[in-house]
Design a protein. Structure first.
Length: 68
């Protein structure tokens, strides 16, 4: 195998590797968007109403008063 043929093989291999890297970067970008969407959905589920917050506060205060 001559030097020119070796260079051609190396260039083709590097091109293939570059294409794989771009593809995996695209997949990571899509997954990051999915995770960001899930986080935004999860934060909206954590919101408490005033009634729930007051009940939680009362329960915590009642628990503090217990002498276990």
């Amino acid at each position: 195998m001559t030097t020119e043929e070796l260079y051609a093989v190396v260039i083709v291999l590097l091109g293939i590797i570059l294409l794989f890297q771009v593809f995996f970067m695209y997949l990571m970008k899509v997954r990051m968007r999915q995770l960001q969407f899930e986080m935004e959905q999860g934060s909206s589920r954590v919101d408490l109403s005033d009634i729930e917050l007051e009940a939680l506060t009362r329960n915590v205060e009642a628990f503090k008063r217990l002498k276990i």
